[in-house]
Design a protein around this ligand. Sequence first.
Ligand SMILES: NC(=O)CCC(=O)C(=O)O
Length: 262
Amino acid sequence: MILSVALLQIDITFGDPVANEEKVERKFASLKEKKVDVVVLPELWTTGYDLTRLEEIADSNGERSLSFLSRLAQKYDVHLVAGSVAKRTERGVTNSMFVINSNGELVKEYAKAHLFRLMEEEKHLVEGSENGIFELAGIKSAGVICYDIRFPEWIRTHMLDNTKVLYVVAEWPAKRIDHWKALLISRAIENQCYVVACNRVGADPNNQFGGHSMIVGPWGEILEEADDEETILYSELDVEQVDDVRQRIPIFSDRRPDIYRY
Ligand SMILES: NC(=O)CCC(=O)C(=O)O
């Protein structure tokens, strides 16, 4: 089975959900003529890291973003791994990913589990504790958010039941872009899965963001990589390749959880 993906590597207007929705709408209109199965957006694409104004700009229960995304999914007949948005909930604001199918239905919601202190997330956001596993386009998949990729044990938790595609949405700064690339390739090799990773570009008052959105294959090969400009990155994933690699080096059946610490 071939899965065709399009990653919207965009700049994000700081603290301005309306401007960001307008941009995303324009990007959808410019998607290639050929059929795309899944469109991926970056982390916190409605607000950016304008965390001190979340009181004002976070999305109440995600309602506004869900309605916007659901309309786009239906209009363009695509599934969405819709980055993440600042969602106001009863227990605080979460950094939440919405996965929406082409009928406009919410398939999965995942709240970022590991908050990133270097960008002061822990002062303004509350963490999630549920996994990001879902099925999309008939493929067992998982989604995580940015800093989460530094936790191989969390990613492994998502990959144990034959998950084949790992989506990563991010606002990863340029100064650590070498870590971004190495971590994505490592997560693909050690889990023998596709990694579909969408970062943002541009700057906010505190950071310059690095782009280099990537699609990595289950053998660790970079299939597509963007530079640090706004772009739409396309790729076609041959999902059966995951089974081939897992048969060649059967790490999942060779694991020794009886001797591991966690
Ligand atoms: N938005 C994030 O979680 C950034 C993570 C990051 O920059 C890192 O180095 O990790």
